[in-house]
Structure formats: structure tokens, C-alpha cells
Design a protein around this ligand. Structure first.
Ligand SMILES: Nc1nc2c(ncn2[C@@H]2O[C@H](COP(=O)(O)OP(=O)(O)OP(=O)(O)O)[C@@H](O)[C@H]2O)c(=O)[nH]1
Ligand SMILES: [Mg+2]
Length: 312
């Protein structure tokens, strides 16, 4: 699984990335393989005392912030689309922290407006892509009327209407055939999104109220809003454990940003863990929620997969 950090410039993506990647193996300066924290695995390790403890892993990618041009429009470049492409999930980092020496591309600290701004730009970017494709399909239909082109056309007409009504494409009901038709496309509003709100430790008292406001204004993100304190949590990771615990308690942080983000990601993507234990290793594996025991075993033993136990 791969999570891409996106958002406006200076929202705190790289700071969060460093916090998430702390102690994990970096693949590149903007890419890291992170072990999924799991207290259940730690309990099993205590019980079985194995030679090795293996966490489930996922990849986190830090994507450069989106810039706003002189015309007030966000520049969604082809480079950005390429970077977003391979992510299973996007974590949209919005800024709540105030810091006079760090500029905001829109000159404001307003997380609700930032969420709306990016969502709207993503809708517009997808709409443009859909309209261009419809024009091309119309020309093709004048030459030949194949089944595939007709199906693609009707799907894109649905997309167009949906986007014009300001609804993201992730809310369109699609079957496997539709998804196959779309395999070459890259629509921004089709990706699952978590909204990550970056607070400073001074704005702690605003957390509950702001999260509630976001959920009211954007009901589709109701279960996908995660507050965190990127800078503060990064600083904590440099303290010794006892000191860090005292600060965390003071701020009411029970789980790290990583744990909270991962928990929400697993829920959103319908994932869960199961464990294997023994003297050699205790290990966490990731599966789709609802897998049977046989399907889960297929994740471990690839020879179990021949009967296509893994849902597509
Ligand atoms: N006071 C304060 N400053 C922060 C916080 N998070 C980030 N910053 C500062 O804001 C600046 C920008 O943070 P980055 O993490 O680099 O932001 P970014 O989203 O990666 O920026 P781009 O990659 O340019 O889009 C840095 O100087 C950070 O130290 C925070 O929670 N509080
Ligand atoms: Mg950055």
C-alpha cells in the first residue's frame, strides 16, 4: 500500500513525512517504507519471544506542494499527476498552524477554505480531462461505433454530469467492466482521501471544534479526518521516551500521528491485519477485510493463489 502526501505549499507535508518516517528505512529522500505500529504484534512477541518481529509495512511518499499561480489558480502539472498516480490513498495535509515566517500560498490560515480549494481544483482538472476525452470519443464515433467506444462514452457522460454537480468521481458506482475501461486514466477525484489537519501545539484547544466543522461541511470525509501536530511530534521524537511521554500526556496525544493515519487508512481501504507466530518470527500481514482463512493464507503462500483467492 502506498500513501501520497499532497496539499498546498507549506502545509507541513515534509515535516509530517519526517515524523512518519522516523526510524524506518528510507527508499529515497521523499519515499519511505514504514512499519505499521501494532500493539497486538508487540503483545504476541512478548508471549512467544521469537528471533524476529516483522511488522506489516507500507510506503509513504512526500509529494511537492501545489503552487498557486498569479491568476489564483492552482497549477496541476503532469509531473504532479505522475507522482499521484501510483498511490492507493492520498493524505491531503491542510495547515492550521500559524507561523509568520512561513507563507501560505493564499495568504490565509483557513483549513476549511483550503480543503474546498483543492477539492474544487481537482474536480475542475478531472472535468477538463473528461471533456477532452468526450470530444475525442465523438470524433472516433463518427468513424466507427465499437462497443468499447460507446461504453466509454456513456461512462464519461456520467462522469461529466457528476463533476458538473461538484461531486467527486469516487462517488460514482462502477462495476469491474467500467474500471477496466478506465485503467489508462488518472482521475484525481477517484482516489480515496484522508484529510490531515496540521495543528501547532498552541492551537490544541481548537482541534475538536475544527474537526467537527470539517465533518459538517464535507460529509463525505466524515470518517476520514485526522488531526496531528507535525512539527511538535517531530520534536518529540528527538526527546527521550520519558520526556516525550510527559509532553504527549499534556497534549492529550495517546497515539502517534502515524498510528492514527494508518488506522484511518486501513478502515478507508478496507484492510485489516492477521498474525503468524512461532519461535522464528512473529509477523503481521495485511489483508482485505472479509477475506476467508484460505484467502488470508494465500497472502503468505503464493502457491495458494492459483485458484484466484485474491479478489481483484
Ligand atoms: N510553527 C509551525 N511550523 C510548522 C509546522 N509544520 C510545519 N512548519 C514549518 O512550515 C514550513 C514548511 O513546512 P514543510 O513541512 O516543509 O511544508 P511542505 O508542505 O512540505 O511544503 P512544500 O513541500 O513546499 O509544499 C517549515 O519551515 C516547517 O518548519 C507546525 O506545526 N508549526
Ligand atoms: Mg515539502
Amino acid at each position: 500500500m502506498q500513501i501520497g502526501l499532497i496539499g498546498l505549499q507549506n502545509s507541513g507535508k515534509t515535516t509530517l513525512f519526517k515524523t512518519l518516517a522516523e526510524g524506518s528505512s528510507g527508499v529515497a529522500s521523499n519515499r519511505s517504507v514504514v512499519g505499521v505500529p501494532d500493539s497486538r504484534l508487540e503483545n504476541l512477541t512478548e508471549l512467544f519471544n521469537p528471533k524476529k518481529e516483522v511488522h506489516a509495512t507500507l510506503e509513504v511518499v512526500d509529494i511537492p506542494g501545489l503552487q498557486v499561480g498569479d491568476d489564483g489558480k492552482m497549477k496541476i502539472t503532469s509531473d504532479f499527476l505522475i507522482k499521484v498516480k501510483n498511490n492507493d490513498l492520498l493524505l491531503h495535509v491542510v495547515r492550521e498552524f500559524a507561523n509568520d515566517s512561513v507563507s501560505h500560498p493564499e495568504g490565509r490560515i483557513d483549513p476549511l477554505a483550503d480543503i474546498e480549494f483543492l477539492e474544487t481544483e481537482f474536480l475542475l482538472s478531472d472535468l477538463e480531462m473528461v471533456e477532452n476525452r468526450i470530444e475525442k470519443l465523438k470524433k472516433e464515433l463518427m468513424k466507427t461505433k465499437t462497443d468499447r467506444i460507446m461504453k466509454e462514452m456513456s461512462l464519461f457522460e456520467v462522469f461529466k454530469e457528476h463533476l458538473e454537480n461538484e461531486k467527486p468521481l469516487r462517488t460514482v458506482n462502477m462495476d469491474e467492466n467500467d474500471l477496466r475501461l478506465l485503467s489508462g486514466y488518472q482521475f484525481l477525484t477517484m482516489k480515496p482521501v484522508i484529510i490531515g489537519v496540521n495543528f501547532s501545539d498552541e492551537s490544541k484547544s481548537k482541534v475538536d471544534d475544527l474537526i467537527a466543522q470539517i465533518k459538517i461541511k464535507f460529509p463525505s470525509f466524515e470518517n476520514n479526518v485526522v488531526p496531528f501536530f507535525a512539527q511538535f511530534e517531530m520534536e518529540l521524537s528527538q526527546l527521550d521516551e520519558e520526556e516525550a511521554e510527559a509532553f504527549k500526556e499534556d497534549l492529550g496525544i495517546t497515539d502517534s500521528a502515524l498510528t492514527r493515519i494508518l488506522r484511518t487508512s486501513y478502515q478507508l481501504l478496507g484492510l485489516q491485519s492477521f498474525f503468524t507466530v512461532g519461535e522464528d518470527e512473529c509477523r503481521a500481514w495485511t489483508i482485505k477485510t472479509g477475506y476467508t482463512a484460505q484467502q488470508s493464507a494465500g497472502v503468505i503462500h503464493s502457491d495458494f493463489l492459483v485458484n484466484s483467492f485474491v479478489p481483484k
